[in-house]
Design a protein around this ligand. Structure first.
Ligand SMILES: Nc1ncnc2c1ncn2[C@@H]1O[C@H](COP(=O)(O)OP(=O)(O)O)[C@@H](O)[C@H]1O
Ligand SMILES: CC(C)(COP(=O)(O)O)[C@@H](O)C(=O)NCCC(=O)O
Ligand SMILES: [K+]
Length: 279
């Protein structure tokens, strides 16, 4: 079995993948914490022959996790943000400082679609751009839904936005604190994504396919007007592309990869921008 770890600032997600069939056997998430001890929530390492890790947690937490894993697992692969990988040129002045989850998302998006806009809706909402030739432009970081809610300190922290609620209901003015907060942070997130995407496509003269991932992707997706695909396992896709271990991965296949969304024309994006300027 292959154990893939996506350690974020809020949740540490894991996924067990069959090394022969490439089938996903199980998955889970535990709150990211300072020290890592295998508990009921981490799968039994006896069946694990390889671990692949994307982590944005503090270096010491990662080092400790890796040390613990190396004692029990033959192959441990730790993803790093590098100046170049798989045809993508890291756009950061200091490439190593780009969040590894963002780099994994960019690599997965590029392997799937070529040029793309990779949006990860987690503790933070990150928006990265890779041009058709593989040049990563860098990106934008916006507080995630939960962080925006917490920063308001209005006691609505535990009231999540209902992923099934109608999108346009979220466009209505809230008549209770929890609605005012949820509608507000939802609009802040989706407005930022829609506008940033349009501005960068306009600057670069290319309409890019957008992929959305992260724990809040489903909620945010309904408000994103840009044609896009939701790819929950996009960060894992970057691990599969970076450290291919199964037959399918060696053929470039990434689990759960969606079909590439057809972007709208550049003209339409520019018209939309011009219109928003008029408002
Ligand atoms: N099971 C869950 N427990 C807590 N938050 C969840 C859960 N599923 C989805 N979420 C939402 O996803 C967000 C965390 O998404 P995630 O992409 O895992 O963040 P990160 O990668 O920054 O740890 C939370 O802020 C919350 O809004
Ligand atoms: C921006 C992030 C905190 C997002 O992490 P996440 O929301 O997935 O927990 C992470 O990508 C990170 O720590 N980045 C390093 C700084 C940067 O990317 O510029
Ligand atoms: K994330």
């Amino acid at each position: 079995m292959i154990l893939d770890l996506d350690i974020g600032n809020t949740l540490s997600k894991w996924r067990l993948k069959d090394a022969e069939s490439s089938e996903i056997r199980s998955r889970g998430a535990v709150w990211t914490r300072e020290e890592w001890r295998p508990g009921a929530d981490i799968p039994n390492l006896d069946v694990v022959e390889a671990v692949r890790i994307s982590s944005v947690a503090r270096a010491t937490v990662l080092e400790e996790t890796v040390a613990l894993l190396r004692r029990q697992v033959r192959q441990v692969y730790v993803a790093r943000s590098t100046p170049e990988a798989l045809g993508v040129i890291n756009g950061y002045e200091e490439p190593g400082r780009l969040g590894v989850d963002r780099w994994m998302g960019a690599l997965a998006g590029y392997q799937l679609a070529g040029g793309c806009c990779a949006v990860d809706c987690g503790s933070a909402i990150t928006i990265d751009f890779v041009l058709p030739g593989g040049v990563h432009l860098g990106g934008f970081i916006v507080p995630g839904l939960r962080l925006m809610k917490e920063s308001l300190k209005l006691g609505t922290r535990n009231v999540a936005i209902d992923p099934e609620s109608e999108a346009d209901a979220l466009l209505e003015p809230g008549r209770r604190t929890v609605d005012a907060v949820n509608h507000g942070i939802y609009m802040a997130a989706v407005s930022a994504i829609n506008r940033i995407y349009s501005e960068v496509c306009d600057q670069q003269g290319v309409a890019l396919p957008m992929m959305l991932t992260g724990g809040d992707a489903r909620v945010v997706s309904r408000g994103v007007q840009v044609p896009h695909a939701v790819w929950p396992d996009m960060v894992y896709g970057g691990l599969e592309a970076s450290f291919p271990l199964t037959f399918a991965e060696r053929a470039g296949k990434m689990s759960g990869a969606p079909s590439v969304p057809e972007p709208v024309s550049l003209e339409k994006i520019r018209a939309g921008l011009a219109f928003s300027m008029l408002l």
